[in-house]
Design a protein around this ligand. Sequence first.
Ligand code: NPQ
Ligand code: MG
Length: 395
Amino acid sequence: MVRLDMRNGAYLVADPARPTIQELIRVDAVVTRLVRLPLREAFETSFGRIDSRLILLVSVEGHGRTGWGEVVAAEEPLYSYETTGTAAHIIRDYLAPAMLARPITGLDDLAGRFAPFKGHNIAKAGLELAYLDLAAQMAGTSLASTIGGTRPRVPVGVSLGIQPAISALIERVDRYLDLGYQRIKLKIKPGWDLEVVAQVRRRHPDILLSVDANAAYTLQDLPHLKRLDEFGLLMIEQPLDHDDLLDHAALQKELRTPVCLDESITTPRRAEQALRLGSCRMINIKIGRVGGYSQALAIHDLCHQREIPVWCGGMLESGIGRAHNLALASLPGFTLPGDISASSRYFARDLIVPEVTVSADGTVEVPTGPGLGIKVDTDYVASRTESTERFTRQS
Ligand code: NPQ
Ligand code: MG
């Protein structure tokens, strides 16, 4: 039986059968680093286009070890209101002091300290990730097994940005299918939707195909969106506004294609309300968007109990965030392919060794070593770091 217990606005880890962390973690220092990685090619969505990824890395030091996390916010508040700048501020002034105040007894303890600060989920998640890597290292177990993950490998798909021409998109669809990716997701917007989907579907009648609008439509577009039903899509992701559950419920009633919510699901309570309203039939879980493992686990457990499929979303993470996504996606409820591509899909060189690779069957291995189970390439991180801040315990 899954509980959704609240304390200070944060949900407690929901499944009582889940292993809990026994180690008392005393964090000596929290370090943030701004790192810029060039993208191998520009990534365009309905809200904008980027050529490089500015990443806020977080590390926590304690017990002679270092745990690593990643703040997945973008530079501009277009996907969500958070940015690398707002996250740096919230971590500096509120979250790092709360984390350093006293030893941490577990995930619920840390989530409870962050909960009084409203929102800023992506900032909170960055610290939770780093904490959990350190806690799992201390326990000598992999991060995946620490949270109750069961899959040794996870199925993955690729998200393909808006292109200058359909021919460029088709070329990429073919390339990633050849590499084994199990699902193709097309970014869409008004003017880059029906014709694009029709051509890809005609060429590949049987693949798992989905679309993601990143909130580019309104309910007035209902007749237009209904035409997507004929393409047998796995889902249409976040067609309407980022915080609108009611209009999504109205839309889902009129569509055969399952609606999947991304931006709209910011807390376990919002997930529960979306399911109660019928706003979606699937949920994309991003650890950042929901405020860390504690909340992601609660949403996973809620959906698993109700047989709602979930999958792991992506935020163009470096290998550090990518490795955390692998741990999350190893949970039993993650039945659909995640947006967890190979490092090389986005970057010429990643921040970790070995890099994340996708095998020919479209799966990625979940690391089994202690903690994240990958090595951070600290020399390469240093060479890419634009600025660093270090926060330490007062006593
Ligand atoms: C999504 N990601 O599922 C997001 C959107 C997204 C892989 O499609 C910088 C930081 C740029 C975060 C572009 C994918 C981003 C970003 C797109 C997130 O909706
Ligand atoms: Mg999305």
